[in-house]
Write a protein that binds this ligand. Sequence first.
Ligand SMILES: [Zn+2]
Length: 457
Amino acid sequence: MARYSDELIDEIRKSNDIVDVISQYVNLKRSGRNFFGLCPFHNEKSPSFSVSPDKQIFHCFGCGVGGNVFHFVSKIENIGFIESLQMLANRANITLPALNNDQDSKTEYLKSRVFEINKIAAQFYHENLYKPTAKIAQEYVKKRKLDNNTLTTFLIGYSGNFDELYKHLKEQGFTEQEILASTLVNKNDRGQFIDRFRQRLMFPIQDERGRVIAFGGRILQDKPAKDALRPVGKYINSSENIVYSKGRHLFGLYAAKKQKIDKILIVEGYMDVISLHQRGITNAVASLGTALTEAQGRLLRRSCEQVILGYDSDGAGQEATMRGLEILKNLGCDVRILQLDVPLSEAIDPDEYILKFGPERLNKCVDNAISLVEYKVKKLKQSLNLEHPNDKIKFLTEIAKELSTIDSDLEKEVYAEKIALDYKISKEAIYAEINKLLYGKKQNDKNQIKKNNQNIE
Ligand SMILES: [Zn+2]
């Protein structure tokens, strides 16, 4: 197997401080000579994952994993050693020489061809949008009030008929194997090549470095064609391929990171991102499907500290919010939840909101996004009637449960005060409940220790 020289590997290792690298994934706190955080490789509540800046290694006392910076990156990104090396070289701006391995260089070459195909396809679809045959797409973007600048920035396009893209790519000199590897074209049983995306509004998906890796296509006809064999989805995406795997990218992140950002707003779909960008909210991204994955969470964690979830307030949106919250919290993000200042009954998404009330008011909502604790309390309140003594007791107990999980006393105090004020209950009552829980737990722990000791004796 071909490999890089030891000197080069060493240089890459030295150029990537392990604390810096791991901090992009895990919230680390210094304690003595080492750093500690929650292990990303097993589930835990108290930190047993340690990083040593002196030795440049990590070790988890809980699950036993450990190693150097390459081991960490390949484990967390689920990639091989060579890829982790390439990733870290890239991070440190170190150029790697070509490897003299047949299989490796063949794969690398195919990847570069698929990237090229994606780039050309994006341009092809985009130019298509301005042709007379794309009337249906032009009407749609007009209806959604997208201006020319937006269409160009996001390279929004229109996919044509049957095998137009296939023919175009053949003309550009791509082989059948390369074209099929891009998954933009399928081959049917009769040996015909058919474009995957036909008569759809096209959204190129870019990776962090701005390379087109996949596409999303939105249906434009109200009714599917009569001869459609299967039900047709409103949106379809590229299949996974040599340069694209699902759940590892965020739509709009490349555009968002063109400026320095201190927070990111996650919304549901392509159109939300695009519409918000056009109206000046340029830090919006979409998770491409409602459920946020851990890989996407890590991508966000690497980009900035504060993440605001702005999913729809309907049932599915709320569920997606809860799942996203847990993932981001575990990664050590400062997670907030966007609350649009309209009555709950008026289910509205950020795109509709900005069209109705303008960017300034949406920005205000973004600034006032609430924390995880506040969100949980708010949800709890919705299911209870605080006029009712029983409900009020339940409310108090649940709040205390939530607050007792917060480590920082100062934070606990701030929340207790805010909740007391917001829901008109006394702060003392909240504290009494918290103490009951904390004291009760200690008492239980003591009893357990006693019991354990007796067992040993
Ligand atoms: Zn662990």
